[in-house]
Every structure is written in C-alpha cells, then in structure tokens.
Design a binder for this molecule. Sequence first.
Ligand SMILES: *[C@@H]1O[C@H](CO)[C@@H](O)[C@H](O)[C@H]1NC(C)=O
Ligand SMILES: *[C@@H]1O[C@H](CO)[C@@H](O)[C@H](O)[C@H]1NC(C)=O
Length: 495
Amino acid sequence: MNSLILIAIATSAIFAVSGYEFQSPKMEPYTSPYEYKKLTSDRWDEREPVEGMNQFYEGIFRARLDHFRPQNQDRVDFTYHVNANHYNPEGGPIYIHLKDFRDYSTRWIERGLMVDIAAETGAAVLTLDYRYFGINRPTPTASFEDLEFLSVEQILADVAEFARFVRQYIGGGRFTPVILWGSGFGGVLSFWARSRYPHVIDATWTSSGYIQPELASYGPYDIFEYTFFIPDDGRCISLIRNAYDIIAYLVINHQGEYLSGRMNLCHPVQTDSEADVAALYEITIRAILSFINEFHYTGVRSFCTDLGAIPGDTLNSFARWLRYVYGDAECFDHSYDTQIVHNVNTTWGSPGTIAGTRQWYYLQCTQIGSFLLADTNTWLPGIVTLDYHLEKCADVFGAEIDYETLRSAFNTLVQEYDQTVSNVVYTNGYFDPLRYFGRLYDPSGSGAVVNMDFAAKSADLLSQTVNDPQSIYDGKTAIREHILRWSNMTGPSIF
Ligand SMILES: *[C@@H]1O[C@H](CO)[C@@H](O)[C@H](O)[C@H]1NC(C)=O
Ligand SMILES: *[C@@H]1O[C@H](CO)[C@@H](O)[C@H](O)[C@H]1NC(C)=O
C-alpha cells in the first residue's frame, strides 16, 4: 500500500477526537456484514438449518457471577458468537477468540488467519465479550462497588466455563481440542487461561500478548525509538524529538495557550498541572502508536514523511499529521479533565463504559497495573509518573487506590501463572514497543516464539497473502503449522 492510499483510508473516518474517545483508525466501529441468528436453548444439532456459508449464531451461556465463593451461586447470562460455516460435527476442533481491549466486534471469527485454518480443519470458531465489557454487563451499574466481580481470575474462570460449555453443547461432549487465540489483552488472557486451566484449554496462540506485565514501567516509551530506525540516517527520530522538544520548551515557559493554538487542541495546556501535561504526552504518543499498530512498516514510513512535510517546523507538521489521521474534528482534546469526566459516570451506556475505558481503569488500578511511565531519561522529553496514574485512578473512582494493596494484588497475579506451559506459540512484532512485555525468546523451550520484522502489533491476525512482507508471511506459516498439529490432538487416554 502506498502512503497516499494510506492517508485516504485514515482520513476517511471523521472522529471527534478526545482523550477518552481516542481511537486508532483501526478502531472505527466495526459493523458485521453477517446476520447472527439467535440460538435457542434447543440442542445444537436440532437448530434450524441455515443455508451454506451463513452459519453465524448468537447464543447465551450462563456463568457464575462469582466463581470463587461457594455460597454465591448466582448466575448471569453472557452472550457469545459462533461461526459454524466450516464446522465438522464429527469432532472438529474448537477455536475461541479472546478479544483485545476495546474490541467488542465479531470480526476475528469472520475472517483472518484462524478462520482460514478453520476451513482446513473443520473447526467451530467462537468469541465472547468479557464480563463487564461490551454487551456482557453482570451488575446494575459500573460503580466501583459493582465492579467487584471484575478481575483476571473471574474472566479466566468464565473462559474455562465457556470452553466446557462449548465442548458439551457444540462438540456433543466428545473430546475435541480447544484452542484459544487473542491479541494484546486477549493474548495475555489466552496465555493465562492455558496456564491456569490446562485440562480445559489445550493450546494457545498469543499474538503480541503482553504476557509479562509490570506494575509500572519506563520500558515501552524508551524502546519506542527503535520503531523509527529506518534507513533515513536518523532523520525521522530527530524530527520526532524536535517536535517533543518544542512541546517541552513551551510547557516549561508556560505557553499553554500558544501551544494549544499551534497543535489545534480544544483546551489550553495547563502547564502548571502535571496531570494535564502528562495527558498531552500520553495521548499524542498513543496516537502515533495506534497508527503504527494499524499500518506497520508502511505506517512508520508515512508518519516519518509527514513529519517533514512543513520544512523548518516539526511541531506544525506533527499537528498537521494529527489532524490528517484523526479526522477533521474541530480540535484535538488532550485534556486530563475530559478523560476524567468521561470515565467517572457509573451508568451503563455512558461513554466510558461503552468504550470500556472505565472498566479497563478498574482492572489496571486494582490488579494489572501496566502503567507506562516517562521521565527525562526516556527517549522523548515528557514526564508521566506513577503518581499521575494513581491520581487518575483516584479521580475516576472517587476512591483512594491504596498503592500497597495494588502492588500486592499485582504480585499475586504475576506469580499465579506457570510461565513454562506447553502448546503455546508467542508471536511479536519488532515495531511494537509493548513487546517489552511480551515473550521474545523462550528459555524453557516448551513453547514457540515467532518474531516478525516490519510488523507492529498483531500483523499476523489477517489472512496470509503473497503481499505480506516475508517475515510476516513466514510467521503465519509457522502459526498455521502449530494450529494444524494441535487440531489433531486426541483426547487423554484412559490407561
Ligand atoms: C451518565 O451517563 C448517562 C448515559 O449516557 C447519562 O444519561 C447521564 O446523564 C450521565 N450522568 C452524568 C452525571 O453525567
Ligand atoms: C492430522 O491428521 C490427519 C488425519 O489423520 C492427517 O492427514 C494430517 O496429516 C494430520 N496433520 C498434522 C499437521 O499432523
């Protein structure tokens, strides 16, 4: 794809761009072209016949609200989706997609590498929204108290319960391999599910799965520099640094109003508010990152070209790029206060609960951490501290987050999972700075690691084509071989 086409695609979407709403071009609301027929409580093999390749279904399974307290046997209805177009009812395998943060679509069970493989193996392909995300809302509100049943362990227990249910309901109770896959957050959950429930989950492909998270880390912002190591004699890197140097200079000199004008921001940068300055840094970096996660090497090249578009003024070029890629919204809303306003609302259907950012903050602030930090020693000038993240937690939930409790919860989480599980393939892209949390080599030798050049996050989810760069093409071949082999697994023998 050349960069003109790229820009055309990227600008075809008009976004109101703001802190909470911020979306990568990829995250345009996805509308499925398929109609999902509702499954009733009838047996799977007695469902109404559907023509040929239109076997898309939506069903309900009942999960425990609290998997870990025997005295609470309340059950909630969770919705899931199935693509049964390729399913071989004589024992085809079961592929379950675990969605990434902010993906509530069915896209990855409709097309892509795993669907292509399912066509070869006769697999049923399924997905579901996690508890509290998307359409699966188990409590009346999203208040801090009602989010109590949101934790990694509860989600994984749902996945295990779902896998057992599918094996019974669609697989007819016979042994059939259950293989998970997912990207990013879905990637780490797939890995943890395989680790925690190896008797239920037979194998996992984790695509850019951030499987070794840290409570807070300078790493990803630091190594983001390497994404721009392209053959241009370091020009791109110095342009980006220059843009951020100008921003830092204007902040230090309290030129918030002026900076806002230059960058077409909706509000003046509050240069005396550490939180507001940190929010500007975070959100602009995230804009670049999302773009590159979508367009990979082509994205890096086109971003670098655009940063030199207005000779002599990198900040203007950067502002122009932001406008280009994130739409002609009147302005770009970087503000800390906007993020808080959109995420404090506890009503289902409020912007933060629809985007899932409120629920995500809850997970981060109570268990997962994964806060990205920056200081004057990181690559780009900018200060994003742990205190900033903790302040955001407190402001979003109106409750002080006790750091020691969070730290203890995080440590428990990362120690809970066996790191040397078998039947896992880990794939990573060298342009993805969050690979810092990924598994880039496997000292245990029990899994398989595939690293891809010219790729950012999860370039391997899409179908394999001859237009793929060689490393991505080869990566997909390796993934396919693993999945084919796992799909042939037979059940545990009795003797
Ligand atoms: C919270 O969100 C709901 C749903 O969008 C809305 O009706 C309500 O007015 C919001 N509440 C506040 C306090 O903004
Ligand atoms: C899976 O099993 C089938 C039938 O036994 C066989 O033809 C095929 O080669 C096997 N594939 C792999 C990857 O082992």
